[in-house]
Design a protein around this ligand. Structure first.
Ligand code: BTN
Length: 245
């Protein structure tokens, strides 16, 4: 198994995200392992979570040592809608996985937090805010075999390994994810969602699909400049999206 220990990951870091770097072989959730009193860019990483959290109270599961399970501490200034940070995190994860696969512009964001490759979910992002401090958690399915992936009745899932048949170095991927997240987050700090709006629009998985969300049914029209999903003349803040496959 490859290692995500500090000795392996820290030399690969290129920016301020990942410092300090806290690693646990096992923890309940990296969202709670993260030290909320640390500086912006502090990171918590684990090889295994016993109570990994997904959006809407769901579980996030992966066998030990197969995936990236990482949380980053953000201290955004008051004002902007912090839900936008799951889109910012999604963009970083989307670029990371497609670069690793060598498939330029192949990944998409399924609003609000899923990263899709070939219409399968490979990563998810969870932004949990308390008192203005955000724990931005990212889970990327990396080296799971098909049998090790969770059966998700809501949508098909994949790992990088089931996508290209190769095993991937998680430390390299993690360092790349942190560098990209720092870049997207800095752009968002300076220019709001407008700064990443083009990227989001070109990666919008739902646009043009018939969906249901929050009791509304219709064709998804895109993501607006506040990060809301547009459907049937409504702007949706959050919810569970069902879509036609
Ligand atoms: C989702 O798709 O519902 C979001 C999944 C987020 C999972 C990551 S794994 C690292 C971090 N720790 C957690 O408990 N959850 C996030």
């Amino acid at each position: 198994m490859d290692s995500l220990s500090p000795e392996v990951v820290e030399p690969l870091l290129t920016g301020r995200f990942g410092r300090p770097y806290v690693y646990a072989e096992q923890c309940e959730s990296t969202q709670t392992l993260l030290d909320r009193s640390g500086p912006e860019g502090s990171v918590a990483v684990a090889d295994e979570q016993t109570g990994g959290r997904g959006r809407l109270g769901r579980a996030w599961e992966a066998p030990a040592g197969t995936s990236i399970l990482c949380s980053v501490l953000l201290r955004p200034p008051p004002g902007p809608d912090l839900a936008q940070l799951s889109l910012v995190g999604g963009l970083a994860a989307a670029e990371t996985v497609e670069e690793e696969l060598g498939l330029w512009r192949s990944s998409q964001i399924k609003w609000p937090n899923d990263v899709m490759i070939n219409r399968r979910k490979v990563a998810g992002v969870l932004a949990e805010a308390r008192e203005g401090i955000v724990a931005l958690g990212t889970g990327i399915n990396v080296n799971q075999t098909r049998d090790q992936l969770p059966r998700d009745a809501r949508q098909p899932v994949a790992s990088l390994r089931t996508t290209d048949g190769r095993e991937h170095d998680r430390a390299v991927l993690l360092a790349d994810l942190l560098a990209r997240l720092e870049r997207f987050y800095t752009a968002w700090l300076e220019g709001g969602l407008d700064a990443v709006f083009g990227d989001l629009g070109s990666r919008d998985f739902l646009r043009g699909r018939r969906i249901t969300v929050d009791g509304v049914e219709g064709v998804a029209e895109g993501i607006d400049r506040e990060g809301r999903l547009l459907v049937a003349g409504r702007a949706i803040d959050s919810g569970e999206v069902g879509y036609e496959r």
